[in-house]
Ligand binder design. Sequence first.
Ligand SMILES: [Zn+2]
Length: 283
Amino acid sequence: MENKFKFLILICSSLFFFSCQTNPMTGRSQLIMYSSDKMLNLSEVQYANVLKESKISNSSQEKARLQRVGTRIAKAVDDYLKESRLENNFKWEFNLIEDKQVNAWCMPGGKIAFYSGILPITKDDAGMAVVMGHEIAHAVAEHGNERMSQAMLIKGSLMAAAIGIQTTDTVDDEMGQAILIGAGGLASVGIALPNSRTQELEADYMGLVFMAKAGYNPERAIAFWQDMSKAGSAEKPPEFLSTHPGDIRRIDEIKKYLPKAMYYYRQSPQFQELEIKQLAPKN
Ligand SMILES: [Zn+2]
């Protein structure tokens, strides 16, 4: 029993050391224990389930906006992955769900859903680009995988500690279950688990860069988060805030990221076109 305990500790610690990877955009090191194939498979199944159980919006105007904004940001992300020589396993899909929930998310592999309840807060293309950039950034940075990995490590450690106290032959089964994580639905791809503040700030930064590269003015993020925090003080706070815990620091941090994001925005073809129009002689 003693040896089994040591063996599990050894497995847990080596999993930890061999599962660290670095986010190339921010340099932060992360615990990633699930294979991307596993995450993509889970995501395919869960996304299909969500679509089956939901009512797809029939607002052609808003659906067109979602496609337009999504396609531009997806291209910026594809370009970024190519420039950084990173593997690209995104197969983009955008769906607008008719639902009062104030919510939006992106599953691993680029499976995106916006709920019509968030549209009064996003308001315009650039507002939608703030949320789209942020959600896609969570997927690019593999935050769902990271949260599931952290949960598994905690569960695995608790299990190892439990073996130290009691002898049981069912431990292997329990460990197996812990590794599979019995959680169903959106939790199984990590998107229903609350993001940590570190992940939130990282997604804010990366999201601003992606929206800027796609030619949307990243300054729009300030008004969006002000509107979201107003909605958060209502009697029933939006679902979006339960997975995206906000705090007063957020807007201050976004202001710090803006100069870098504005640099990318000015390089975008859309900005240059705007500038040429403004410089052109008026009648
Ligand atoms: Zn977030």
